[in-house]
Design a binder for this molecule. Sequence first.
Ligand code: AGP
Length: 590
Amino acid sequence: MCGIIGCISRENCYEKLLSSLARLEYRGYDSAGVCLLSDSGTLRVRKKKGYVSNLAGKPIPGGAGIGHTRWATHGKPSDENAHPHLCGKFALVHNGIIENYAALKEELLVQGDVFLSETDSEVIVHLLSHAYRGDFLGALREVCARLCGSYALAVLCADYPGQIAAARRGSPLVAGAAKGALYVCSDVPALCGEAEFLCPVEDGEFVLLSDAVRVFDGQGRQIERSFTRVKSEQRAASVAEGTFMQAEIAQVPRALRDTLEGLEGTDFAPCARALRGAKRIWCAACGTAYHAALSFADVLAEKGVCDVFCTTSSEFRYKTPLIGAEDVFVAVSQSGETADTLEAARLAKSRGAFLIGITNVADSSLSRLVHFNIAMRAGPEIAVAATKSYNAQLLCLFYLAAQLVFFKKGSFPLWKGELRLLPERAEECFGTFGQMSALAAKLISAKGMFFLGRNADFPTALEGALKVREIACLFAEGYPAGELKHGSLALVEEGFPVFALSTREALFAKTENALAEVRARGAYTILLSQSEQALSQSCAHCKVLLPKICAPLYPVLSVLPLQYFACRLSLLRGMDPDKPRNLAKSVTVE
Ligand code: AGP
């Protein structure tokens, strides 16, 4: 998704902007640009389709600058559509979507304005130019009041050298300070390499960077806001060799250890009343986080403590759910900035539900919105494809499920004691990677593949398929093992790869039946199970032995070989698994 940066620095402002943009790259983008404002009030822009590295060249002078990585929504990726956009004395970068831009543009065209891009963002800078009567922040406030949709904005005004004004509604924004430099940025991880101190900016607030960071409300009243020191775990990661995704898969055991340590140190008392009295549990998330939520619903359904409803955030928002004050709403999001999940949580909050968040980014919008936040502590995840954060999300959700069972029934489920075995067992899963690598090489030319799983294995099948689609750009689908013959079996032909996950003893035979059916139609079959017996009795062409753990916890482990497989497949197919086509790490628009 688009990322914005604003920087005030007497020294090396251009270089600082470029290095901040490089830290925003992981969010996914297709063009980039910067604009610097000199002390004499000259705005100079450099913007290009493609990578941030395309902006390198003779440093642009100026002590205040703004920058942008664009993920196209309105208008194709091109030099013209790249930000910053300029009009009169103003330059602007924008993350978000302006929903009423067409009407605003119409109005500006009537007044004779000429637009140079197809973007929704360009209307904002034109409106600023019209609204400006000498008061920089006042003009920004006036314009923001006319915008519908979401935005994080950073703006330069030629009359105000050494200053940047910023605003936020519905898109993430954080301010930061370092020795000799002040920042606003879309993203905490991207800012942490630059800033030593952080200060959150809330929806509806405005920021003015000059000799200090000043935060204002919508009426122009200054708000006291304190800074917190950047914690070491907030600092963005780097890899010496290989890809971030490979490194992040290798970090799963450590992430699980850190997550568990954090969970054991977390006081759940503040949510005891809500959990004990919960009539229903709702869980909403997107993509990979949604698959983790499905496993949470499975593990809770098994304990039969109360009704659990799990849905994607984008569906929850528009389904008029019967959620109320006796309910608990759990929002799961690695970034804590996913627009649909934030809106779903706001909706649940407006209905009086108790909100629990599970996030990996401290000080994210979600962590500040919820009544009780559970920090994942998986460490920064830079690759667009979620890996270690998924394992950590599952651990957090299972831990939360155990707390809920305890508050409702007075005792913890038996499997809670085995959570501490997960980091070691995850390491043991690495033993499957040789086989998965060979499989990736064998399946390099496959046209697509299926992933099957029953019950608790089904969300893992969905996640395996999502990983392959996302980073190997191959058609892949996850199905409940019993569902294939209701239509999708028609796609199975000679050599078509079908993975099956089978970790539930009571269902070994059922999953085996599904494998036999696809094998009889020519499929190349791969079975993953912890049971030597299930594997030895299987008709599968390739058999992968998983380490042993008690049944409900398998989702945390059985996904690891699939994550690794997808990564190898992506690399062998000549792709960059860290930056998949068309995708962004943090989806901050609806
Ligand atoms: C997973 O590999 C994806 N990149 C994506 O599905 C992601 O999980 C989803 O966009 C949700 O992100 P969040 O956890 O930051 O809310």
